[in-house]
Design a protein around this ligand. Structure first.
Ligand SMILES: [Zn+2]
Length: 105
């Protein structure tokens, strides 16, 4: 049983590494092929779901919650702040998602 547990931990670690890699690729390919970076983002999301790992916070807001597109602020997404949370408007599906933030003291 312990071995199984260790295996799972290893799987999660490699899953996180893959997610990191996929987001790097998505960032690189966004200028040339936005569709390809969407695909990378979707794959990263799927891996996170399969291995039940959380997508790191800095990447999580890079995926549209509605259409799962890869978002780049200023290019295909608009970011506004509003009463304690940030609102991300996806320009391809016109959906928005809210991300809360805490004011830094
Ligand atoms: Zn969208």
């Amino acid at each position: 049983m312990v071995k199984k547990y260790i295996n799972k931990l290893k799987q999660k670690k490699t899953a996180l590494e893959r997610i990191d890699e996929l987001f790097k690729k998505a960032k690189e390919s966004f200028n040339k092929e936005p569709k390809l970076s969407n695909r990378h983002a979707q794959l990263a999301r799927r891996i996170a779901m399969k291995y039940k790992v959380k997508i790191p916070a800095e990447f999580k807001r890079r995926i549209c919650k509605n259409c799962h597109a890869y978002l780049v602020p200023g290019r295909n997404c608009r970011v506004r702040t509003r009463k304690g949370h940030m609102v991300y408007y996806c320009l391809s599906c016109k959906g928005f998602m809210r991300v809360g933030y805490k004011a830094k003291l």
